[in-house]
Design a protein around this ligand. Structure first.
Ligand code: NDP
Ligand code: MG
Length: 365
């Protein structure tokens, strides 16, 4: 019996990578459901190619099609590759239905970490990260989870890693979209340039691996080959290495804890790949990281506010309504004005999300 896979956001960067991985492993998996936002033509072509019986786009079928695909009876695995808060109801529904969720849509876990972990426990669903750093951690800790002490996530540093701070403020959209090591969708590429992405990932790691914020660190590694370090109680440190290509963590999320032979991966050569360098984060020049980690530490609805304000600020920057340098300020204003509430109900999370979007929109005008 082949394992059925639903892909939410199949027309995006991670969605397409997932389809490539599944095409190489068609003996094990079959695509049963696909969704897009606007790209209906491309979605139709993907459905014809894969034979998926369910293919809907949100702009034609409404947002409910995400939940329908996520709970499709023939899907054992749901790859959530939607960008932003829109992916939350589908993640919750899939976990409650007992599916394995291969999660690229990190915003889901940041805005509603407690609810998502609770849905996984209740429905006996499995939450497996696709994000390369978290896949690296999972690969290192599988079999050793109890002795886990500290995580160090790597960050490429983005396109502005060595830019002087004055120049950063005026960085253009085209400059922000030129990521040095990864080819990704526009939103996460801007998040990588501000380091908001790394804040989302610290929060993501906190929920996935159950560590306090003091035990999740970030180091800049411009080559993007070491994806994370994991320190154990005895002081030993493991790391996972691979060339920057999301197909490896996607396949691992489908097969964990097993590994499948894969022809799609470039053979690792340490001499060609090196030298590897590591440097501290320029925290003062990239304030979005500290803002996000601060929101994570504050807990409750604060991470949802951070996420929503960041989504609004990034869109405003992409629309050329605000400068790059204003992104952290917009997030900070929303966080400063927010009164943190408990985030144990979906209503509270969605209300915080709506409130923060309004606040951030006002700060962008
Ligand atoms: P893209 O922008 O390339 O793709 C986003 C996908 O989601 C598209 O299929 C898009 O449809 C769909 N979509 C967008 N908005 C909505 C919405 N409101 N409702 C439903 N569907 C929507 O993004 P990426 O593939 O780069 O990223 C996807 C997620 O994975 C993000 O959360 C990102 O942070 C995460 N991630 C990405 C990595 C990467 O390498 N790209 C690495 C690690 C994590 P349409 O094409 O019709 O617009
Ligand atoms: Mg990542």
């Amino acid at each position: 019996m082949k394992t059925g896979v639903a892909i939410l956001g199949s027309t995006g960067s991670i969605g397409k990578s997932t389809l490539r991985v599944l095409a190489r492993h068609a003996d094990r998996f079959r695509v049963v459901a696909l969704t897009a936002h606007n790209s209906a033509d491309e979605l139709g072509a993907q459905a014809r190619e894969t034979g998926a019986g369910f293919a809907r786009s949100v702009n034609q079928s409404g947002a409910e099609c995400l939940v329908e695909a996520a709970t499709h009876p023939d899907a054992q695995i749901v790859v959530n590759a939607v960008v932003g808060a829109a992916g939350l109801p589908a993640t919750l529904a899939a976990l409650r239905a007992g599916k394995r969720v291969a999660l690229a849509n990190k915003e889901t876990l940041v805005m509603a970490g407690e609810l998502v972990m609770c849905a996984a426990r209740e429905g006996q669903g499995e939450l497996i990260p696709v994000d390369s750093e978290h896949s690296a951690v999972l690969q290192c800790v599988t079999g050793h989870t109890r002795a886990l002490k500290r995580l160090i996530l790597t960050a490429s540093g983005g396109p502005f890693r060595d830019w002087p701070v004055e120049r950063l403020a005026r960085a253009t959209v085209d400059e922000a979209l030129k990521h040095p090591t990864w080819r990704m969708g526009r939103k996460i590429t801007v998040d990588s340039a501000t380091l908001a992405n790394k804040a989302l990932e610290v929060i993501e790691a906190h929920y996935l691996f159950g560590l306090g914020y003091e035990s999740v660190e970030v180091v800049v590694h411009p080559q993007s080959i070491v994806h994370a370090f994991v320190e154990f109680a005895d002081g030993s440190v493991l790391a996972q290495l691979s060339f920057p290509n999301m197909e490896l963590p996607i396949l691992y999320a489908l097969t964990h804890p097993e590994r499948l032979a894969d022809t799609g991966v470039t053979r690792f050569d340490p001499v060609a790949a090196g030298p590897f360098t590591f440097e501290p984060v320029r925290a003062a020049d990239f304030p979005a990281l500290a803002l996000g980690v601060g929101a994570g530490r504050a807990g409750g609805t604060a991470p949802a506010v951070f996420n929503a304000a960041n989504e609004v600020a990034v869109q405003a920057f992409l629309d050329r309504r605000i400068t790059f340098g204003r992104i952290p300020g917009v997030i900070d204003k929303a966080l400063q004005a927010h009164r943190v509430e408990s985030a144990q109900s979906i209503e509270a999370v969605l209300e915080a999300d709506r409130w923060a979007r309004k606040r951030a929109e006002a700060a962008c005008s």
